[in-house]
Design a protein around this ligand. Sequence first.
Ligand SMILES: CC(C)(COP(=O)(O)OP(=O)(O)OC[C@H]1O[C@@H](n2cnc3c(N)ncnc32)[C@H](O)[C@@H]1OP(=O)(O)O)[C@@H](O)C(=O)NCCC(=O)NCCS
Length: 373
Amino acid sequence: MTHVVITGTGLYTPEHAIDNAALVAAFNAWVDAENAQYADAIQRGEREPLAHSSSEFIEKASGIKSRYVLDASGILDPQRMRPKLPQRGNDEPSIQCEMATAAARQALAAAQVDATDIELVIVACSNLERAYPAVAVEVQQALGTSGYGFDMNVACSSATFAIETAANAIASGSVKRALVVNPEICSAHLNFRDRDSHFIFGDACTAVVLENSAVAVASEQFEVLGTRLVTQFSNAIRNNAGFLNRVTDSDPLALDKLFVQEGRRVFREVCPMVAKLITDHLASLELTGSDLKRMWLHQANRHMNDLIARKVLGYDPSETQAPIILDRYANTSSAGSVIAFHLHHDELVEGDIGVICSFGAGYSAGSVVIRRL
Ligand SMILES: CC(C)(COP(=O)(O)OP(=O)(O)OC[C@H]1O[C@@H](n2cnc3c(N)ncnc32)[C@H](O)[C@@H]1OP(=O)(O)O)[C@@H](O)C(=O)NCCC(=O)NCCS
């Protein structure tokens, strides 16, 4: 029987960081300008004044203190409030390809694998910067990997869904080694003028090398004991940007072409779904929550993670058992649970079991149970 192992991970973190205070200052400056511009209408009761955002609210409601972004200046300019990224020509590397190769090179080095020995590249993320050619094929060329590559999008669950796809390709014998990369430019789909969500996201890219254990040589290896995925349709997290926008004559700049969510509803509906997914998945592997040394959960909201971990483990997890990285990174969509794994796996010893778990739009959730070899 073929055993699949995770042998290396990598993380690209953008240089720019924005803390809550800076983000809120830009937002509030825009609010003040809008309220001044419409002062008469507000005075006449024809228009509601916009309310300020607050750092205290953001940290208390979500646990987020700061986020990394590809461009801070455009986001923090109250006249613009979106990143400013120069358009690239067809003969230049795409932004996502650059992010992906930076993270991938770290993962390949950790796995002690040459790029040429990778036979499958999956670029899996919430937003792709173009329709085609696939970013994965560009990454394949940039790194010099062999075989094939393709893109996939399952929103915040893209990484775990891609890990399952890669593990299956290895288990079936199609390939011996695969690379999964998650270049997330969440700052480009975020409405920085929406008080309810302007603080939620950050940018990052993660990479994971998976191999057939028979060819793996890395000093640190995690066997994939099993993967389980679930989806359930919901409009509570939605983004209507798409290639039909042009032909349906809908406004490509309208706010429904950005991330929109009903945060409370997401919280209420997703937590039980994820806790059940992990618990059922563990049971199918004849394991329970008490067998888990670590839970590397999707990083959207600290309270969600605490609640899910409590439901699975039966007690409040320590910071070590369920690491939080969203305080520094915010929600980096599919990259989040892999960042938690990348930064918090060194202390695990042989035999220790953990779960990488993502959840998000769709709804979609994925569980990857692994054991340190
Ligand atoms: C988004 C989220 C942090 C909001 O937290 P919440 O506790 O649900 O907050 P609510 O939206 O109910 O707002 C509570 C109050 O704070 C106010 N508020 C909202 N945003 C605010 C801000 N930026 N600053 C200050 N106050 C704010 C609201 O107006 C509301 O005021 P009210 O009680 O007077 O009506 C939370 O719902 C969440 O994280 N949900 C899950 C999201 C998720 O995981 N999405 C997946 C994306 S992949």
